[in-house]
Ligand binder design. Structure first.
Ligand SMILES: Cc1cc2nc3c(=O)[nH]c(=O)nc-3n(C[C@H](O)[C@H](O)[C@H](O)COP(=O)(O)O)c2cc1C
Length: 172
């Protein structure tokens, strides 16, 4: 699949086949794509938490209580600490959120290329997630994603609504 097709194909999937496990080789290729992401000063301030055990999934799901989220057989959490990320000396900008977001996007696009569904989730409850995974207070999570084979409902993707290029590009 070429890159343009891939970015058009990726959609937020909100329905999964709970009993259809994700193959380990696919999972490893997806994580490898995250590993290859760029990061400020190449600090790679991330850890990818791959949750597949029913016990931990049960707790993680409480952080985002949606029916469709419960269906996913895998959840990926990208986490990191501010102290591990590059900081701009002029104004103190810390690249952690940017670095973790790029890694997550690599993961999500790689999952799409493997025929798997994902969905960016930022509206989770951080306190519940931290408790579920035993994270330290300084470990930050900006986004999590379910991962799995889309169900029929999950595949009923609404057409992409995007602003036209003419309204978002400034040519100078
Ligand atoms: C930073 C970010 C946070 C998001 N958080 C959520 C979320 O908490 N729950 C959800 O269902 N979708 C979430 N989404 C998905 C968006 O709603 C979705 O990307 C957007 O509507 C465009 O649809 P598409 O992904 O199918 O192209 C999030 C997306 C991004 C980029």
């Amino acid at each position: 699949m070429n890159f343009n097709d891939l970015v058009r194909l990726r959609s937020s999937i909100r329905g999964y086949e709970p009993a259809k496990a994700v193959e380990k080789d696919k999972l490893l290729r997806i994580l490898e794509a995250g590993r290859m992401a760029p990061s400020a000063k190449n600090n790679q301030p991330w850890t990818f938490v791959v949750i597949t055990s029913a016990e931990v999934l049960k707790e993680v799901h409480k952080a985002y209580a949606r029916d469709w989220f419960w269906q996913a057989p895998v959840v990926i959490v990208v986490k990191g600490r501010r102290e591990d990320a590059w900081e701009r000396k002029y104004d103190g900008y810390n690249a952690l959120e940017t670095d973790l977001t790029i890694a997550m996007d690599h993961i999500i696009l790689a999952a799409t290329a493997e025929g798997l569904g994902t969905c960016w989730i930022a509206a989770f409850e951080p306190e519940i997630l931290h408790k579920a995974l035993g994270l330290k207070p300084e470990e930050m999570v900006f986004a999590i994603t379910p991962l799995g084979y889309p169900s029929e409902k999950g595949l009923m993707v609404v057409p992409k609504v995007r602003k036209p290029l003419s309204s978002i590009v400034e040519w100078r």
